[in-house]
Design a protein around this ligand. Structure first.
Ligand SMILES: Nc1ncnc2c1ncn2[C@@H]1O[C@H](COP(=O)(O)OP(=O)(O)OP(=O)(O)O)[C@@H](O)[C@H]1O
Length: 709
């Protein structure tokens, strides 16, 4: 094929080309993109760069067989400058590009609603056609080295593409087509070992410093063969690469406690992924919420990382980004332009304007090229006040087709990259053991908790205040016949207080922590069981002082039976009640998943526990159909257990008044019978509460382990 135009595409801007103000001097360099092949129909509009012969290379399959793979070899045209190889990172044959991701006929659909679909399928089994929303529409593409931008209007499928390639799609989606990593199909487990994913919102432990955050991640993610010094060095390297060294000692921060800036938070998230030197990094909207200077600074860092200036090896970075500013746009090596689940352009960023110009849509003067790309493919909404016209569907289709027509076809081969170093799962170094993970997570949880000393202090003060209040309301209850009337409400109130307090703390903090955990686990940081074990141990240890302090104050102010054994049994019940409440709250928030839902459901569960707590209606006198709700009330087992403990062996004295009324026959044992508490023993109540705690925690673990979205 011969070139109809002698000039390279961006080498010289004629006066009519002067509308590309944002293209800098770098634009004059001609580059070869690996994925484009010459198209006969489009050669008229395309310069020599696309007119390169396709070389066929025989590369071995994983299976050992050989296959024909097409690669374009970069060729220097006479018009190309001496710096063209500067961007050789884009060349999949380059040794610096270690990962090639290819997808073919990729379609992603969202199920209407799993339950609805199931019932409709049951109703009309044979004729049933599920209604599905198409998110990605039979697209082909490849990513090989450099800094990539996935751009497109809102809702065009940028995040969906990223999530699909990173195997992180929602469960309600259906994926068809092929995706290959270095020529082989891959899954989430495999990708996790070599790729990182940074989500749009920066969810971090707000009470840890930057260095602590990275150090804990390094301990959890770096292979067990790393020494402490090597880990520290790796953390220091990452902080230096990302410009975080000056804030290493500053806490990340929470909405209430100021920490590092938004840009620095994003860098910490990226740093956590860079610690184990990934070959591929996905970033979902990394600049969202950042000011233009911070965003540009961040992208410059990504550019440096993608070109291997900071790390040993270049990391391929793929960012979904919504209308980047011109300076940011110019930092990208390659683009994927999406519209309604279709790829409108894929290839070098430097060629996209040429495609648009050839299609009849040159970028106007002083216009951000990224804005222009989106403006052309997004149908404007007509505005009668401004006098702007609506573009018909046909007109917009013609525009889209013109853009697509002026691009040479992609030469996608699923075997691309098969000659690269393959991901040998068995040869990858082993992560820390389960026990090490538990120890690290335990340390992290304690450190985080102790940083929140104000919350711990507040909860201790609250406990003391409540204990003194309850104690003084029922002060020195005595042991007259009448005292039984006050003894039972006092015991019930103690159970309710300890049975609600801990639950409310969990419900507010756990859903956020759960989301953070899901992310860390999605990155392969630790096992769900290691996290849960560490959490349970830490929470139990932190929770113990509250019921102890409460019992010590309340017991003696009220004046329950003054024997050591009875006091410690009372304290044990308060502790078990508190643990049962937090376990129940953990279960509710693990199943409900969001704080909003958990806060709605938990009060109902607590209310039922209180209602069937044995105080308002004796458990033995409950109607049969309520037996199951009664069995689920941990407050009941606490109340009945503490009542048995208090009433057994209680000697009630008889006052003159009592004698006059003839009611002097009451004993502790008789009161137990009257209240209907003689159906169970103290040991039975303790055993049931322990079983309750274990059951709730196992169910909460299953929720955390299996409910991911
Ligand atoms: N799991 C899902 N179920 C149903 N629809 C979905 C699902 N995921 C995405 N969508 C829809 O698919 C379309 C593309 O979503 P996606 O988040 O990929 O777009 P985007 O280009 O990243 O948008 P934005 O720039 O606004 O974040 C949207 O209309 C979205 O509502």
């Amino acid at each position: 094929m011969s070139s109809p135009k002698a000039e390279p595409p961006y080498a010289v801007h004629s006066s009519s080309d002067a509308h590309l103000p944002t293209l800098n001097e770098e634009e004059t360099m001609d580059i070869q993109h690996p994925l484009r092949t010459p198209a006969a129909s489009s050669t008229a509009s395309f310069p020599a760069i696309y007119e390169v012969p396709t070389h066929t290379t025989h590369v071995p399959h994983r299976s050992g067989s050989s296959s024909s793979v097409s690669f374009q070899q970069p060729r220097r045209s006479s018009a190309q400058g001496p710096h063209e190889r500067q961007l050789s990172v884009l060349d999949p044959m380059s040794d610096r590009v270690s990962t090639i991701l290819v997808w073919q006929n990729l379609t992603v659909q969202a199920r209407e609603n799993k339950r609805k679909e199931f019932f409709k399928r049951m109703k009309s089994y044979k004729n049933f056609v599920p209604k599905r929303k198409c998110l990605l529409n039979n697209i082909n593409g490849a990513i090989a080295g450099g800094l990539w931008a996935v751009i497109g209007p809102s809702g065009s499928g940028k995040s969906t593409l990223l999530n699909t390639l990173a195997c992180r799609l929602d469960v309600n989606t259906v994926v068809e087509g092929e995706m290959r990593l270095n020529g082989a199909p891959y899954d989430n487990a495999e990708l996790k070992r070599i790729a990182g994913y940074v989500m749009q919102d920066d969810l971090l432990n707000g009470y840890l410093t930057v260095e602590e955050t990275l150090t804990y991640t390094a301990r959890l993610r770096l292979a067990r063969t790393f020494t402490d010094k090597e880990r520290r060095d790796r953390v220091a390297d990452v902080m230096a690469d990302l410009g975080l060294s000056h804030v290493h000692n500053v806490i990340v921060g929470t909405p209430l406690k100021k920490g590092i800036s938004g840009g620095e938070r994003k860098r910490v998230c990226v740093g956590m992924q860079l610690l184990n030197r990934p070959q591929l990094l996905f970033l979902d909207e990394p600049t969202s919420g950042l000011d233009s200077v911070t965003a540009l600074d961040l992208l410059r860092t990504f550019h440096a990382l993608a070109h291997g200036k900071s790390q040993d090896k270049a990391v391929t970075i793929v960012c979904s980004i919504h209308q980047p500013q011109a300076k940011i746009f110019n930092l990208f090596d390659s683009l994927i332009l999406l519209k309604a689940g279709n790829i409108m352009y894929q290839g070098p960023r430097k060629h996209v304007m040429e495609v648009y110009r050839a299609a009849g849509f040159p970028c106007p003067v002083n216009t951000n090229p990224a804005d222009h790309l989106l403006d052309v493919i997004t149908p404007p909404r007509g505005n009668p006040i401004l006098g702007t016209a609506v573009i018909s569907l046909e007109q917009q289709q013609a525009i889209d087709e013109a853009i697509l027509r002026h691009q040479p076809p992609l030469d996608i081969d699923l075997n691309m990259g098969v000659n690269k170093r393959l991901v040998q799962m068995n040869n990858l170094p082993l992560n820390p053991t389960w026990l090490t993970q538990v120890q690290i997570l335990l340390r992290r949880t304690f450190q985080e908790q102790f940083r929140q000393s104000r919350i711990i202090l507040t909860s201790l003060i609250q406990t003391i205040v409540m204990a003194v209040l309850i104690g003084t309301v029922y002060l020195k209850i005595g042991n007259t016949q009448k005292s039984t009337l006050r003894r039972e409400p006092a015991l019930f109130f103690c159970a309710v207080n300890q049975g609600v307090f801990g639950a409310l703390m969990v419900i507010n903090s756990f859903p956020v922590e759960r989301t953070l955990t899901l992310r860390e686990r999605a990155s392969g940081t630790y096992f769900a069981s290691a996290y849960f074990t560490a959490k349970i141990i830490a929470e139990t240890l932190i929770q113990i002082p509250v019921p102890i302090i409460f019992s010590a104050i309340v017991y003696f102010l009220i004046g329950f039976q003054a024997t050591a054994g009875k006091f410690f049994i009372f304290m044990l019940f308060m502790l078990l009640c508190s643990l049962a409440a937090t376990s129940l709250a953990l279960l509710v928030s693990a199943i409900c998943k969001t704080t909003d839902m958990s806060v709605t459901v938990l009060p109902l569960v607590l209310e039922i526990s209180r209602l069937f707590g044995g105080f308002f209606l004796a458990p033995s006198r409950l109607p049969k159909y309520f037996a199951w709700l009664d069995a689920l009330s941990y407050i009941k087992y606490t109340f009945v257990g503490t009542s048995l403990n208090e009433l057994q062996g209680l000697v009630l004295i008889c006052t003159d008044d009592d004698r006059a009324k003839g009611s002097c026959t009451l004993t502790g044992e008789q009161t137990i019978k009257e209240l209907g508490f003689d159906y169970i023993t103290i040991g039975g109540c303790i055993g049931t509460l322990i079983a309750y705690i274990v059951f709730c925690r196992i169910m909460a673990f299953l929720g955390v382990r299996f409910l991911k979205n």
